[in-house]
Design a protein around this ligand. Sequence first.
Ligand SMILES: N[C@@H](CCC(=O)N[C@@H](CS)C(=O)NCC(=O)O)C(=O)O
Length: 215
Amino acid sequence: MLKIYGADLSSPSNKVRFVANELGLEYEYVKVNLIDGDNQKEAHLKLHPGGKVPVVNDDGFVLFESNAIIRYLADKAESLLYPAAAKQRALVDQWSDFVAQHIATAVGRVLMNRVFAPFLNQEVDERSLADGLSFLERFLPVVDAPLKEQRYLAGGELSLADFNLLSALDPVEVAQVDISGHLNITRWRQDLMGRDFYTKCHKSYGDVLAAMAGG
Ligand SMILES: N[C@@H](CCC(=O)N[C@@H](CS)C(=O)NCC(=O)O)C(=O)O
């Protein structure tokens, strides 16, 4: 059976679970404890030499990098989440790459400096925090605009691009990034967060964090 190695607060790991849920795949979710450093232990390094999550093991076929994984899973299932037609596929790739480069990274910077660094007693990098916030100010309108014209990020159909954006934005409340002014993103996000693929994974990112912090 497919095994998904991930961590509950890892957005790329959750993205893989969202997609596997949407595809209706049976899988075993194996939690890797990043705080205890289980990702740096020999058993995990055999799966991912860089010591990261997510990783999947599909009956002996081991793959890391969340976008490579979700493309593989969707292709294997011949799913329209990753359309075969060249132009449609290119648009899904375009938005997925844009989100990964410019939005997921920016949210990650804010989350790291506002939440994880203080929690782990690490120094806050003010420059990185400011950059993250300014990238979001610049790039959130870029993904808001298509969502005004069409239901989903890459067109009229749900695609892997939506899973990229949804998982990238999952921590925004926890990171105190107010996205409510982006009305199209907000509407799109509320729709997707109510779907089974999402609620099977968690109610919200904030709930997971609160549960871990004992709140
Ligand atoms: N580009 C990678 C990012 C993977 C990544 O950075 N994972 C983090 C958790 S979100 C991790 O494993 N961190 C542990 C570490 O770096 O030691 C992907 O999309 O899969």
